[in-house]
Design a protein around this ligand. Sequence first.
Ligand code: ATP
Length: 369
Amino acid sequence: GRAMAVFTSGGDSSGMNSAVRSVVRMGLYLGCKVYFIYEGYQGMIDGNEYIKEADWNAVSDIIQRGGTIIGSARCKDFTDRSGRLKACKNLVDRDITNLVCIGGDGSLTGANLFRQEWPELIQELVNQGKITPEKANKCPNIQIAGLVGSIDNDFCGTDMTIGTDTALQRIMEAVDAVVSTAQSHQRAFVIEVMGRHCGYLALVAALASEADFCFIPEWPPPTNWREILCEKLAHSRSMGQRLNIVIVAEGAIDREGHKISSDMVRDVVANNLGYDTRTTVLGHVQRGGNPSAFDRLLGCRMGAEATIALMEMTPESEPCVISIDGNQIVRVPLMECVFRTKAVQKAMDELDWELAVKLRGRSFQRNLD
Ligand code: ATP
């Protein structure tokens, strides 16, 4: 049978373990040899005990755990060709010609580059006498399937990324806890949530917690946002509401592209309305904890599809990302998604909000509408 390997790279997210489990078991079921690569690209370069064969039981009892049991890392060495040459050697030594990369757009870009370079890397290893020509003939190409693990839901080409739903769950629990104290003391709370340059978590959290106001990077408020915000909060109070909740994305900006921080928002509310106003920055609690049922199933379905996709690929096949479209698991071209994801950032840098929202895709747009 063929040999394949799975690794997790970049930031961790809940549900990655479910994806790893599913890749391993589908691989074994289809008769492959399956390897874990520990610590992302760093383990691929270091080889030895960092690349270990996986058996059926190695992935028991992990579906319910947050993070990734095979470790994740950022790896500077892989951005150099010399690092990728070492990684290539370690894979060829084990006849691994299929990779499932679970990570963000950086990790997937790296995987794509690796695949493009592969024939040259193999030739170089032969020239240096590090592998035999017979070995080289056995591994002329490498196939790549990507899964997006990220709490931010910032990747274009999939409706949801693995870990986003769990992060929302954690945010909801925190907001609910804050609401009960705000209610008792008639306070206003400004809650900052993660998401880097993406406002998805903030937007959906605001909808699900009936927040009064929400700041996201893709749709900055008008320049007179201070007045609009205060009017809205005062109106809610005049209607008998005892508390206010404002959600601020960590990447929130104004129409000129300047950062809007949670402390700025708190000062506006406290100074203009005189409410007892507090800031809560949720931080890393959002990343962790047991994955939700949704993320377990998403990881499971995507992992299985990635393995099947690899088995069906030919040397000419372009790398794919496994994505969820509506409720269907589908394959989409990897680099197209990476380019679109980068285009969102460019649109925001150029203050073109309409385009940014459009590129973000359906699941974002619908919640914004
Ligand atoms: P997250 O969204 O959680 O940050 P990510 O995959 O985008 O995940 P990065 O730090 O961008 O995170 O990338 C992870 C690793 O992928 C890097 O440390 C590096 O080893 C590799 N990588 C990223 N970009 C490239 C590239 N252009 N060429 C080669 N390798 C890359």
